[in-house]
Design a protein. Sequence first.
Length: 592
Amino acid sequence: MDSKTIREKYIKFFVSRGHKEIAPAKLVPENDPSTLFTSSGMQPLVPYLLGQTHPAGKKLVDSQPSFRAEDIEEVGDNRHTTFFEMLGNWSLGDYFKKEQLSWLWEFLTKELGLQKERLYVSVFEGNDLIQKDIESYNVWKSLGVPDNHIYFYGVSENWWSRSGSPDKMPEDEIGGPDSEVFYDFYPDQPFKEDLKIYSHNGRLLEIGNSVFIQFQKRGGVLQELSQKNVDFGGGLERLTAAVLNEPDIFKTDLYAEMIHLIEEATGKDYEEHKAPMQVIADHMRASVALIADGVIPSNKLQGYTLRRLLRRSAVKLRLLNKDVALGAIIAVKEVQDETRKFGKTLDRGLKEIEKIEKIDGKKAFDLYQTFGFPYEVTEELFRQKGQEIDREQFRAEFEKHRELSRTASAGMFKGGLADNSEIVTKYHTATHLLHQALRDVLGPQVFQKGSNITSERLRFDFSFDRKMTDEEIKQTEEIINKRIEDDLQVDRKIVTPDKAKKLNAIGLFNEKYGTEVSIYGVGPEFKLNPQAKDQRDRGGYYSLEFCGGPHVEHTGMIGKINRGTILQGRIKIVKEEAISAGIRRIRAEIVA
């Protein structure tokens, strides 16, 4: 059974149980400045877990490509990856623990054929604030899971909330216990009962986690939610490894072709060079996915992460075979361009290593920071010289740097859609007006390619092949500000995807949607020119787009600025520039 079959079986299994398949979100979240990447199946659904109605209903299923930059340094063993595909199912106030755990057990043991004797589960043990999750324990027992395969753990392993633990949850935050499933690759070996199942490195592999969101902090106390939610996530790569009983995920069909290409290009055998080949295979798979989503190598945000992946791969590849470039493995222009640029830096870094007579942890970190040399690469190079590096000193420097980075970007990684504040909501609606105004001025070939909204400005990326003229920028501003001045009504409608298409709502129609979608329209017909054919084609709206919100109720609210007194504001385009071939970027602000 290959990964494609497992994915299809999972979707079919839950669709047959009343779930609606929803389209996966992009790897780079749109309209969400709080995070760089989609890192889980739950992330795009947070607004619905918080209570917003999902257009597709209460029971959902999908397969979500995900990327976790924090795992870059972990890659180089049999199970860690930065890019992965998360199979997920959700209940938004429909079923709960009994149905979820029973269905999951049925899928794993019957649909995938995993032996029950090889499966272990974990359950929340409770603490002073929350009772032990006896309900989940009883469900597992009813399914035939023996006591010696059920482990109780605390907050660090079996609790989910944004803040990490019940005692740290702020007012109104939601959370709940979770229950994980593990697969045993070596059931015939003695099992050390005194160790946590998380600690059996190489033997047990987590293949799925069911989160039960049943509490909310109210008045300083955790109270049961009237609408309890379920969030399940299971990594396709890990499930495939379990089905094949193969503890090395890089030997599954998801990576086998990439590993073969690396072996052919370098003339080296995977079994003798696992760690570097695992890094290259994972990083190339992740890089191609990010590039396909519009990310280009740079020194900022997502682009910096992509650059880091490519350069780390280049170092690993150079050590395997100095005459082979990444472009020989992946024929993607962005990969070839970036590795060409890095070639000279890599050569300088290797020359710098030659100058170092005695290596220590600080110098190793300097090589990592300046030339992108991973610790293990520097360690390997200096072992050839008969020198060892103080790993603890390197870790201390690394943690110091990471803490500084975390502090500097604390405002960006909060989770959720920005902060849903009044000013962010104004900018969100202004972004819709900007999108349609650009289509009015430049033509219908203009489509959104990305956006980023903060409390200070909006940033909008769109398809266009040249620099806008001053006159075009002026016309665009005038159109937007006229719509704000007209104080047009903003409506939300829930319609079928076919109805949205007939209304010419702007959306990605090559993606999968549920039976219903959310669209936002600006300006009902009575506010607009009835002779304007393009507006009639959009059901009378000036702007009509697929969107989950939030938005202001009237466009006039965008222009109201409270600075002691109420002022009438307007949208000002402060910058227009190219960010890649055929993609332009506008930055705009609300000014008095």
